[in-house]
Design a binder for this molecule. Structure first.
Ligand code: ATP
Length: 220
């Protein structure tokens, strides 16, 4: 398989604190991969390093194609319309046409003139996903898709990701504290704890692992 993200032996420090300790991760074209782990494990640090926001002290990141990042907390411009928030996502590639995003997330066409700050949490998350899609990415890194959202809203967003993957071959790296959700959607997963990858493999195998199950799935 062709990799879209290849990270090798990443070390990231904040001052004297080591947030990532020799982390390696790979996402292949068209793959759905989960990154799970507790609060403070380093998940956001890892995705910020993959997307180039943070520079590793050691190790390397290669991205083949375009990586788009849906950041934790959505980070929309609340005073701007949905349409203008989408356009900001395409700015780097001078992409202004929102029609392809409306085609996969039609709700965003209905909401196009609304100010992002007036939307529900689920709608805002959909705008954040749509904004990322504006760059026509090969891989989407989604940080905490489910945070603060009702289960039905999350299920709808997950279904959109599943469709984007199935129909357009979009690869997704899903960073989640909700391990059950992540392992259900993704075929392969990494478990990050205290800055280290402590387990990796097919999601089914990880879900069946007694230690992973006890720590992240609420039982054995
Ligand atoms: P969460 O789900 O809470 O965001 P996480 O797994 O994404 O957790 P990170 O946010 O990557 O974890 O944080 C990893 C470690 O690095 C934590 O101990 C955190 O306190 C620390 N950290 C994160 N950002 C900074 C920063 N800017 N300066 C100093 N330490 C930081």
């Amino acid at each position: 398989m062709t990799p879209v993200i290849e990270a090798s032996d990443l070390v990231v420090r904040y001052g004297p604190a080591t947030a990532l300790d020799h982390v390696s991760l790979r996402v292949d074209a068209g793959e759905l991969v989960a990154l799970v782990g507790p609060n403070g494990a380093g998940k956001s640090t890892l995705v910020n390093t993959l997307s180039g926001i943070l520079r590793p002290a050691e190790g390397s990141v290669s991205v083949h194609g375009r990586l788009a990042h849906v950041p934790e907390g959505r980070q929309l411009f609340g005073d701007l319309t949905v349409e203008d928030n989408l356009r900001l996502g395409g700015r780097r590639y001078r992409e202004r046409d929102t029609a392809p995003v409306h085609a996969v997330l039609p709700r965003l066409a209905d909401l196009r003139h609304r100010r992002a700050g007036t939307l529900s949490g689920g709608e805002q998350q959909m705008v954040a996903v749509g904004r990322a899609l504006m760059s026509r990415p090969d891989v989407l890194a989604v940080d905490e898709l489910s945070l603060g959202l009702a289960p039905l809203v999350v299920a709808d967003l997950v279904e959109h990701l599943r469709e984007l993957n199935a129909r357009r071959g979009l690869a997704v790296l899903l960073i989640e504290q909700n391990a059950r959700l992540a392992l259900d959607l993704c075929s392969r997963a990494y478990v990050l704890e205290a800055g280290r990858i402590v387990a990796t493999g097919p999601s089914g195998e990880l879900a069946a692992d007694a230690r992973v199950s006890a720590a992240y799935l609420g039982g054995v």
